[in-house]
Each structure stands twice: as structure tokens, then as C-alpha cells.
Design a protein around this ligand. Structure first.
Ligand code: FRU
Length: 498
């Protein structure tokens, strides 16, 4: 049955999404049809296609009662929009259908597992949210919430667990049934990731904790994901209220990758911990396992601390990152853009051994929807350069700059002149260790975003840039003597790709 709230959201996006100006929509990154989006949800395979749902408030460009928006794809690049999947329309989720995940059931239905939020006024005048885990089943377009909802409530939590902060279930299947993890706040106010098991995906029991933070790496851990990759166990979490640690973790909402070995109870014994993405705009990543064995991750390309500042005239707020292929190398998570992007390569422009010192412009190297790789090295191995600079999305007024200083081993991305007129964080620095000053930068631009992959995906950094589409100049600069190679592909959806 399609509730009134769901019908209203579906009609609203149909009626008003045509008014979203085309030049504010990215070409190959997912957005809502209209309004606000945050976390990716239910990133999974269903009947041979990749489905992606997302936290969605179609009516405004700010967060509001959460719906689940819905798109699907066959190649991670071109997405087909589907009608809104879930609306907050039941007593147990009347204040929001929060984040969750999806899986195909053996009977051919698709199961959505999400957090239902119900808020209640307390005697002292405060509002308390009650967060429970709920299920809906459907055919890839329409979903029914099950009668037994909610399937995980306060009674399923360990002693001291919080029913106000209990959310974001991620489901997967193993030979012995279904497993799910979810974020929860223990009595000390910090964060932990709880584990649940079900024989049939409908009846769930608590099985222990896979990890707890004891106030290290933030407080509440949101949107967990847990998977095996290259012989390791990997836990991804999105912590709130982080304290900075050097240039690895910044204050506020962050993302953390923990790599190690799970014991027989699936508790993670950590071997390494590092940031997932070093940019300003990255949160709540979620992964799927593709039929060809690739582990692919997508995230919200935004952050709570900056997302609230956007232009009033906008009819969209929020987009996803490009899906990224993951691997583990030397104890770190490696990320590279999905290889399907190359199916949309237009003209290639290449330069080899370009000497660089003053600002340099190269014919044909410009644009705002592109995939560009720049290899940088000192001219003379014994003479280290002082800095290398790549200026993007530039015109007389705007520019976003990536700068690398090999002596300091610091990459710095500065979007303060990109056209984002708010006093929020615009500069991010992060450690990058080069091999004798040689670095490889891969830059993906899609109108209003920049994703940077350093040294074949050893590090990634994502940024939103609210820069006018006409600012498409790219230039290169160096202090000291540098040689560089540049390969640039325009991304196009030409006829040949249809
Ligand atoms: C993370 C998050 C989730 C929650 C959702 C609500 O960004 O706070 O924990 O389910 O957003 O929209």
C-alpha cells in the first residue's frame, strides 16, 4: 500500500524536479531529484542491477523528516531515477526513516533494513528520540513495511545501550544466516558497533559488539560497514564529535577505517586505523560486493559541519561521491574510481615531460567534467622542488587549488575562492609521503565537485565546489623545477554510450 506521505513525496518530486537548473546537477554523481540528501542507504545488488537509496527530504534543501530516495544503475555512472521508496508514515518511524541497508532475499524480494525514529516529549520539556530497527520488503520499486516492525528495540540492546542512539543497520549474508551491525551509544556516551544475527532476515538476536571506541576516534559511531577484503577485516565508521589527531583526523564529523582480524565472535582486533577520505566533504560511506568480486564504496559527498551552508536559490543540496573500488595494501584502504568511468571517456589530451616553474596553461587542458592524471617529479633527482600547484575551476574570480610540498609531506586543498560564500572550513591539509618528490594526482571533476586520488588511490580527498560552470580553466605552477606528465579525458554521455 502506498501511504499518503509516500504518494505526496512521489508527486512532489515529479512536479518540481524539472525546475532544478540543469547546470547545478552533476553529470555522473547521484543527487536527489530535488531537495536535500544525505547518507547513501541500501547500496546493493538486486536482480542484477545496483540499487542505491539515500536519506532524502525532497521538500527543502535542508534536513527534515527522512524519506528514502531511490536510483539504480548497471554501471555505477549512469543512474536511473526511481520513485521515493520509503516515507515516515508509521507510528514507529513517524519522525524519520533513517539510514540502513538492503539485500535480495532468496524468494526474489528486496529487503530494506532501516532505523525508524519516533520522538516523544519528556516530562522535563525535552524531546527524546526512540530509534528502532525496521524492515520493508518490495519488488525494487514499491516496498511494504512489515507488520512485525520494529524488529530490534530497546529490549535487544546490551546493558547500558541507548535507545535514543541506535541506528544505521548494515545487513549481509553468510552461510549461517544473516548478520547486521548497527551503531549504538553505550552508557559512557561514546560509541560502539553492535552485532545481530538472524536465521531468516526477519527475526533478530543480539550477538555482541564488534568494536567500541571508549571515546577514542569520536563519540557516537554512525553508519558502520564491516567486510572482508584482501584477507583482512575492515570496519568503516563515521564518528561524531571527533577531536583532531595531527593532520590525520580533523575536529567534528569524520570517517575512520579500521583494518585488522576479526575473532570467532566477529570482534575486530585492530591492526591499523586511518582516515577514509582526507577532504572536507565525505561522510557515511557504504559498500557493496559486486558480482565480479569488487568491493565498491559510495559516500555522501558532504559533511554535517558544512552541509547546512548552501545557497538559498539552490533546489538541490547534497550529492554522492563517485563509487570507488576498494582494496587493502600495506595495511591501508586503497580507493580508485570505478573502472566503468573509462566507458565515458571522450577526447584524450596528453603531455609528457612538461617543465614547470611559472604558471603554465596547456592547450586542451580545461573543463569541469573530466578525469585527469598528473605525474609530478623533480627535474633533477638531487634537487628537490619546493612546491607544486594545480589550479582548477578557475576564472578571473574563482579558483580551487591543490598544492603539494614535498619537504613538508603535506597536500593542501584550498577552495576558499571557489565561490562558496560562507565562513566555514575551506582548506584541508593532509600528510602525503612522496617517493623522492614523485607524486601522482588523479582528479575527477563533475561540475560542483572535486575528488582527488593520490598515488594510485593510497589517499582520497573529496570536496564540493560551488563554482560557476563557466570557470573551467586549469593551470599548473611550481616553485623549484618540476617535470610533469598530464593525461586528461573529458567525460561525456555521447551517443556511442547509449
Ligand atoms: C549520518 C546520520 C545517520 C542517520 C541519518 C539521518 O549522517 O546521522 O546516523 O541515520 O544521518 O538522516
Amino acid at each position: 500500500m502506498i501511504s499518503e506521505a509516500l504518494q505526496k513525496a512521489r508527486e512532489f518530486e515529479k512536479q518540481y524536479s524539472p525546475y532544478v537548473p540543469e547546470n547545478t546537477r552533476p553529470m555522473f554523481h547521484v543527487t536527489g531529484a530535488i531537495g536535500w540528501i544525505n547518507d547513501p542507504n541500501g547500496f546493493s545488488l538486486y536482480k542484477g542491477e545496483v540499487h542505491l537509496f539515500f536519506q532524502y527530504h525532497p521538500y527543502k534543501t535542508v534536513w527534515g523528516p527522512m524519506h528514502w530516495g531511490h536510483v539504480k544503475t548497471r554501471d555505477f555512472i549512469r543512474w536511473e531515477r526511481l520513485p521515493v521508496a520509503l516515507a515516515p508514515d508509521m507510528p514507529y518511524d513517524k519522525d524519520g526513516c533513517f539510514s540502513g541497508s538492503a539485500i535480495e532475499l532468496p524468494d526474489g524480494r528486496q529487503l530494506l533494513m532501516y532505523t525508524g525514529v519516533r520522538e516523544e516529549w519528556q516530562e522535563d520539556g525535552s524531546i527524546k528520540p526512540y530509534q528502532t530497527q525496521c524492515l520493508a520488503v518490495g519488488d525494487g520499486v514499491d516496498y511494504e513495511k512489515i507488520d512485525a516492525n520494529p524488529v530490534l528495540t530497546a529490549k535487544d540492546l546490551p546493558k547500558g545501550g541507548s535507545e535514543a542512539d541506535s541506528r544505521d543497520p548494515k545487513i549481509w549474508k553468510e552461510a549461517d544466516g544473516y548478520w547486521a551491525i548497527a551503531g549504538n551509544r553505550p552508557a559512557d556516551g561514546s560509541g560502539s558497533i553492535l552485532l545481530f544475527h538472524s536465521p531468516d532476515a526477519f527475526h533478530w538476536t543480539y550477538k555482541g559488539r564488534v568494536a567500541s571506541n571508549h571515546r577514542q576516534y569520536g563519540m557516537m559511531w554512525e553508519c558502520p560497514d564491516y567486510f572482508k577484503l584482501d584477507g583482512k577485516d575492515v570496519l568503516l565508521v563515521s564518528p561524531q564529535e571527533m577531536s583532531p589527531i595531527g593532520l590525520e583526523f580533523h575536529a567534528g564529523n569524520g570517517t575512520v577505517c579500521m583494518i585488522g582480524e576479526a575473532d570467532e565472535k566477529k570482534h575486530l582486533i585492530r591492526e591499523n586505523v586511518h582516515a577514509i577520505d582526507y577532504g572536507i566533504d565525505f561522510y557515511a560511506p557504504q559498500t557493496l560486493l559486486a558480482p565480479d568480486g569488487r568491493r565498491i564504496m559510495i559516500a555522501w559527498m558532504q559533511n554535517w559541519d558544512t552541509a547546512r551552508s548552501h545557497l538559498a536559490k539552490d533546489r538541490l543540496c547534497g550529492q554522492m561521491t563517485l563509487p570507488r573500488e576498494l582494496s587493502v595494501r600495506d595495511g591501508r584502504l586503497i580507493q580508485t574510481p570505478v573502472r566503468e568511468l573509462s566507458n565515458y571517456y571522450g577526447e584524450k589530451i596528453s603531455y609528457k615531460n612538461v617543465p614547470l616553474s611559472t604558471e603554465t596553461f596547456l592547450t586542451g587542458i580545461k573543463g569541469r567534467t573530466l578525469d585527469m592524471t598528473v605525474n609530478v617529479r623533480p627535474v633533477d633527482g638531487s634537487q628537490m622542488y619546493h612546491s607544486f600547484k594545480l589550479n582548477l575551476a578557475k576564472d578571473g574570480e574563482h579558483v580551487t587549488t591543490i598544492r603539494y610540498k614535498p619537504d613538508h609531506s603535506i597536500m593542501r586543498v584550498d577552495r576558499s575562492r571557489c565561490g562558496y560564500p560562507f565562513d566555514i572550513v575551506h582548506v584541508r591539509e593532509f600528510p602525503v609521503y612522496s617517493r623522492h618528490g614523485c607524486i601522482k594526482l588523479r582528479v575527477i571533476l563533475d561540475k560542483q565537485s572535486l575528488e582527488l586520488f593520490v598515488n594510485d588511490g593510497e589517499q582520497a580527498a573529496s570536496f564540493v565546489m560551488y563554482t560557476p560552470a563557466e570557470a573551467d580553466v586549469i593551470s599548473f605552477e611550481a616553485e623549484g623545477e618540476v617535470l610533469m606528465d598530464v593525461d586528461k579525458y573529458e567525460i561525456t554521455f555521447d551517443e556511442k554510450d547509449e
